[in-house]
Design a protein around this ligand. Sequence first.
Ligand code: AMP
Length: 621
Amino acid sequence: MAKISINLSDGSLENDSKELVIGIDLGTTNSLVAYVDRDGGQPIAVKDEEGTNKLVPSVIHFAADRAIVVGREAKQYLASDPARTIYSVKRLMGKSLKDVGEHADFFGYRIIDEDTDALVKIEVDQKYYTPIELSSLILKQLKKRVEKALGQAVSKAVITVPAYFNDAQRQATRDAGKIAGLEVLRIVNEPTAASLAYGIGLDPSDKKKIAVYDLGGGTFDVSILKIQQGIFEVLATNGDTYLGGDDFDRAIIDYWIERSGRDKASLLADKELGQRIRIMAEEAKQKLSTEQLVEGEIEGIDCQLTRTNFEALIKEPIDRTIAACQAALKDAGLGIGDIDEIIMVGGSTRVPAVKKAVSDFFQSELQDSVDPDQIVALGAAIQADILSGNQKDLLLLDVTPLSLGIETMGGLMDVIIPRNTKIPTKAARQYTTQVDGQASVRITVFQGERDQVKHNRQLGKFSLNGIPGMPAGLAKVEVSFLLDADGILQVKAKELRSGVEQSIQVKPQYGISDKDLATMLKDSIMHAEEDMSARALQEAVNEGEQIVLTTKKFINSNAELLSKEELEKTRELISQVEGKLQGSDKDALQAAIEKLNDFSRPFAERIMDIAISKAMKGKKI
Ligand code: AMP
């Protein structure tokens, strides 16, 4: 099995394509797109139309008339129209509200999720967006930018993600690419891309251990990598997803306000003034990377700062990053002397005190000559160039050409091994039962890129029988896929509480021609948008059915604790959800679910409290 690309215009396979593949750094605050220049062979980050900026702020604004703008233009609305201005969407990729947890306040827009285990959605003017859809808008903007700059269409990309992203977050990033009309040839770890930008790993004889220190505007991570025979392996990662240059800015603001003797809360209550001080603080910080003193004044507040003072202000956050480096090394089972290269990534690594702290800790020189804002995108472009066949195939490994997965509720495809995963590989996921006392589950295995299994290729099916009787949702069925080096797939289902198991073997590539393969890939991209909406609708229907079922069950068993009005209103809201289940309006269904949730939550909590206090009374201490 080898790398397979398709020509989107005619669906033909291009095993030896020379088509341009772009590299994308899809960042939390800023994103960039880069490509390797055919003539010079060097990676280049693409500038905006004015030819000034390479960074595209990862911000999306929805106007009242639903017009969408992305990037610098959207950023202007952060302060004036926060509910319609979406930023930091990367933090929500593949996450449930439970995952976002205490940080939900960080976002100025509305994140909804009633079932705290389900993936979050973002509500803007009664329309519901997934982080995948929102990220795809940023990717579309980048695609547009590079197409305009080069005067040619591009359809293939490499996208980077943090090394700590899990499978769901990686899959979400792939899906976002697909909706943006991009065939994502590979998802690459950001620290791997940063290493490639320094040429590390391009020589197959390279055998090194690398520390990549990435301090951006709002996030920090450090990764320890091992490179051997062109294969990068992540040994450990550590960090803090809410630590970065923004903390430095805040420390400066606090310092200035404190010195002025004015009251912080009342000063910052003036949003416009707050914004001016924030911008001044960020500028002062950036200047102090090259100068010793900055001076200024806003509304009588003296904005003076020396580099020495600034360094004292940011000592604590810097120390925290060093503690994370220490922890990562320990997890990797390495000592400081084992690290061959230290690579600096992210705008905040321009701060001299940061460089010094990292260099002192590792007792070594740093790699900091490549622009820390662009390095990840440039590395992604190098990886993209390798995949497009322009360089020796050093990093090309055997991969599976189509995604493999199983059918889940509502006929949806749940991918277990994504397309382009290097083989051999294994992956597993847990599922549960839908009805009380369910004794068997049916596992149907599919291959393909479409969201609904009916459009994919069925490889085989079997039943796992003999699951002991238990309430719905309690059984734990683990489905594991093992794809060996010969391309043979073994699928096993095991109920973990009882240990019952069943398995089959299939050959995913058997009986499928290159032409079929090309058609399947092409279809998946052509239908990405409609597939996405169909999936979103089906997921909303699943959620709706579930909530109708549980609310009915709840009011039936607690009828005596509810008022007549509560009962009547709940029944009415249930029937409103039921009324929308058959339709195709996802937003209307979502809104009906929200209404039912909002209404029933207070009395559900009240009844829980009664149940708890009853239980407590019964207990003897
Ligand atoms: P990133 O998320 O990698 O784009 O990094 C953005 C962060 O880097 C922001 O907090 C910027 O203020 C910060 N930054 C950019 N340039 C400099 C500089 N010259 N000195 C200090 N911080 C900088």
